[in-house]
Write a protein that binds this ligand. Sequence first.
Ligand SMILES: NC(=O)c1ccc[n+]([C@@H]2O[C@H](COP(=O)([O-])OP(=O)(O)OC[C@H]3O[C@@H](n4cnc5c(N)ncnc54)[C@H](OP(=O)(O)O)[C@@H]3O)[C@@H](O)[C@H]2O)c1
Length: 346
Amino acid sequence: MSATPLTVAVLGASGAVGNEMVRVLEQRDFPVRSLKLLATERSAGKVMRFKGSDVVVEAVGPNSFKGVELALFSAGAGPSRQRAPEAVKAGATVVDNSSAWRTDPKVPLVVPEVNARALEWHGGVIANPNCSTIQMVVALKPIHDAAKITRVIVSTYQAVSGKSGKAMNELTEATRAVLEGKEPPAVLFPKPMAFNVSFDWPFADNGFTEEEMKMARETTKIMEDDSIKVTATTARVPVYRGHSESVYIETAKKITAAEARELLRKAPGVEVVDDPTLKMWPDPRTAEGKDPVYVGRLRDDSSHPQALWMWVVADNLRKGAALNAVQIAEVLMAKNLLKSKTPLFK
Ligand SMILES: NC(=O)c1ccc[n+]([C@@H]2O[C@H](COP(=O)([O-])OP(=O)(O)OC[C@H]3O[C@@H](n4cnc5c(N)ncnc54)[C@H](OP(=O)(O)O)[C@@H]3O)[C@@H](O)[C@H]2O)c1
């Protein structure tokens, strides 16, 4: 990518998503003039590698964003609410991975393959959607454009890295404990994750988890269509990386699974893997470390004339987080939209 290089900050650099952001910036040859890696005092002094050089992680403070043009945030909602105004006031544009700004009507929620045009009205903060939502909407978009989706019922099988880097360590320890006949730990998770399926998100009064409600809310905002009915069951499975989703879709206009498969073959960001006779279906092991949203198991529903099913898998740390954020930054640069004319914070 050739463009005027930017001063870039990564907030939450020592975390699972932050590490992946640094990797994606390097792999995509994003034009970086200088890179600032920010976290808390806990990780200050830690050394990370970027393009063959050492970069020392610094503890974030109110003056950390002086001179920063692009700030990629992955430090959680609380730090994001505190630091985004500081960064925008300092002149940076923030792409935020947390849930802090996603439902704010003044903040675009963007998946470049679906609604890149929403970047035109950003006020210095752009929200990166929830990982499960990102991969689903990339696969829904071509079907919606062709046949207008009216209803989506999704069940997810989410990897532990979607919780945090430390959550991956807990799965390792729990697995080892079970294999050694010991009691597995459950510290970050409500129940041991080894050889188990669980729900580790806060539950709302309506019985749904916050993750399930995020998928419904965020999908309609990104697809810019409130009429789509979305309902979800999100589950955590003992997989390190890569979320899988079983997605049921009803459409206003009839579209067959064969037609949807052909549309998806041409869709940006999608790779169709769909020949069960050759053991070809998407799975987290194959998706790990890769960029596409993999779609397979396309089939016409047998109980409804205008419905189909698909199986959608992507690496939650890449397309579900770091890659999507960097792709947003790439569009901002390509369309000369990096600097907001109407910043949210002055
Ligand atoms: N994991 C995913 O698949 C995924 C996908 C989409 C979005 N997200 C979102 O991305 C964010 C980070 O997730 P993660 O999985 O990378 O978590 P993580 O592995 O726990 O990393 C958290 C990072 O944030 C830093 N941090 C924590 N509190 C901070 C504070 N008060 N000020 C500055 N930095 C702070 C930590 O620094 P220290 O090392 O100093 O503690 C660490 O670098 C969360 O909002 C999460 O919801 C995650």
